[in-house]
Ligand binder design. Structure first.
Ligand SMILES: C[S@@+](CC[C@H](N)C(=O)[O-])C[C@H]1O[C@@H](n2cnc3c(N)ncnc32)[C@H](O)[C@@H]1O
Length: 449
């Protein structure tokens, strides 16, 4: 295969650096702006190519030695080869590039808010598992493959979580016969560290073998007995999305504590419910939301894609009425628990696309929507519903800039974009969270009921 010399010009929103060959974009995984590289083209498409590094001819001046020996093999981290300040500049540039594609004025875009912690910030990880030569392989997938990296230490989680994972691995290795029987139904293992530093292991299974019930129970009991860093363990049965928790062992308290404005809020978050993984950074999201709620006392709040009720619980007291919309059964179970004392709040279970249709606009009062969708974003149909309801203010939180800017573009026919605030929830990875503040054009008095 032909080898070519290129220079990396910028970073992509992904794991790659970008070079140009005869005007065509070439994405090269794990390359950094300023690198001079010898590459091979591995895929040549009409609009772009993908290359792989054969040799670094001259490394970028921005390169530093990665702390992790698995960097560039593991699919988990993408920015361990440069300083955090550079990573933030890349993230700023990526957001500016998205906005210019949609002709949005640059002065709307704030600089990315750095994460409180650069490393050891994750409170939850999902590990893949397999058995090979009677030995457990437990870890993340290698970049662009389903081969598991059996890591000894991950730099994105706490020392305690790392120790717990090694204890778990050693226990799994002692139960290899049982593990082999269930391995095809055991899809992933979730390791969660709660606010009291207690670590819970959730084994996600997609089918349960009833004849092994005693083995499942014995396994979780043994695990807790033998591991000083693991407080609780159980299996989650995903069959037909039932999320049944089975064979629970240990002392399990599923609580995160979030302090905001001198109040400590407690959230029940039972795996596999969604919750922000970077707990210290949640406060920065809350501050942005809070600073945009001032003039909305006594309005209606729509907490769309509301999860376990993070925003409904913290901001509910500023509103006359709160509606939380959520689909996931496990998150709904937690939201009911978290919001049971909040009398002004109603939970609408099911697809938000459907729930939103029950509202109608009325001519009195105001409505705010906090919208925090999964990666696919909202799309045209959903945005039509928001337009129909004449919502006064939209706070749009997104974990995928490409769908975020697409949706802002749709929304801009009825809404003025006031501010775009990137916030780093996932240092050392390419992911970027963005918050958009939108106000209805010529907002007259309108509310929903
Ligand atoms: C990014 S999370 C945000 C959760 C919450 N706002 C928080 O910050 O904790 C997105 C949530 O949307 C839920 N979800 C996904 N698709 C949905 C849909 N079509 N309708 C309603 N909720 C959905 C997921 O279960 C998840 O809880």
């Amino acid at each position: 295969m032909k080898q070519i010399e290129v220079e990396i010009i910028k970073q992509s929103f992904g794991k790659e650096g970008i070079a140009y060959l005869d005007g065509k974009v070439v994405f090269i995984p794990f390359s950094l702006k300023g690198d001079k590289l010898l590459i091979e083209i591995v895929e040549d498409k009409k609009d772009y190519s993908t290359g792989k590094i054969i040799k670094i001819i001259t490394p970028s001046k921005l390169r530093i030695k990665p702390v992790c020996p698995n960097f560039s093999i593991c699919g988990g981290c993408h920015y361990l080869f440069t300083n955090y300040s550079e990573e933030l500049e890349f993230k700023d540039e990526i957001i500016r590039n998205f906005s210019s594609r949609y002709n949005m004025p640059e002065d709307l875009i704030e600089k990315t808010i750095p994460s409180v912690k650069e490393l050891n910030y994750r409170s939850r990880i999902n590990l893949h598992i397999t058995v090979s030569n009677d030995q457990v392989q437990l870890g993340f997938y290698e970049y662009s493959s389903h081969k598991i990296i059996n890591f000894e230490k991950c730099f994105l989680i706490s020392d305690k979580m790392n120790t717990a994972i090694q204890e778990l691995k050693s226990n799994l290795n002692k139960n290899i016969r049982f593990l082999k029987k269930i391995t095809t139904t055991l899809k992933e293992i979730q390791v969660v560290e709660y606010s009291n530093n207690e670590i819970i292991i959730a084994f996600n299974i997609y089918r349960e073998y009833k004849e092994l019930n005693r083995d499942y129970s014995e396994f979780t009991r043994e695990l807790i007995k033998k591991s000083s860093n693991i407080s609780g363990a159980f299996f989650i049965d995903h069959y037909k999305n039932s999320f049944k928790r089975r064979f629970i062992s240990g002392n399990i308290k599923f609580y995160y504590k979030i302090d905001f404005k001198d109040v400590t809020y407690k959230f029940q978050v039972t795996p596999p419910s969604f919750f922000q993984v970077n707990l210290d950074q949640i406060n920065n999201i809350l501050k942005i939301i809070y600073s945009n709620l001032e003039q909305f006392n006594d309005a209606v709040l729509l907490d769309i894609f509301g999860g376990v009720g993070l925003f409904s619980l913290i901001f509910g007291k500023y509103f006359k009425k709160v509606f939380l919309m959520e689909l996931n059964r496990s998150a709904l179970y937690d939201a009911k628990e978290n919001l049971n004392l909040q009398k002004n709040t109603k939970i609408l279970s099911g697809k938000a696309e459907k729930s939103i249709k029950v509202f109608r606009p009325v001519d009195k009062g105001k409505t705010v929507a906090i919208i925090d969708p999964p990666r696919p974003g909202l799309g045209g149909k959903f945005i039509k519903e928001l337009n129909r309801l004449k919502i006064d203010k939209i706070i749009y939180i997104s974990c995928k800039p490409s769908t975020f800017f697409r949706d802002l573009d749709y929304l801009s026919s009825h809404y003025d974009v006031k501010k775009i605030q990137p916030i780093d929830m996932f240092p050392k990875t390419y992911h970027i969270e963005v918050i958009g503040i939108l106000e209805r054009k010529n907002s007259s008095k309108n509310s929903v009921s």
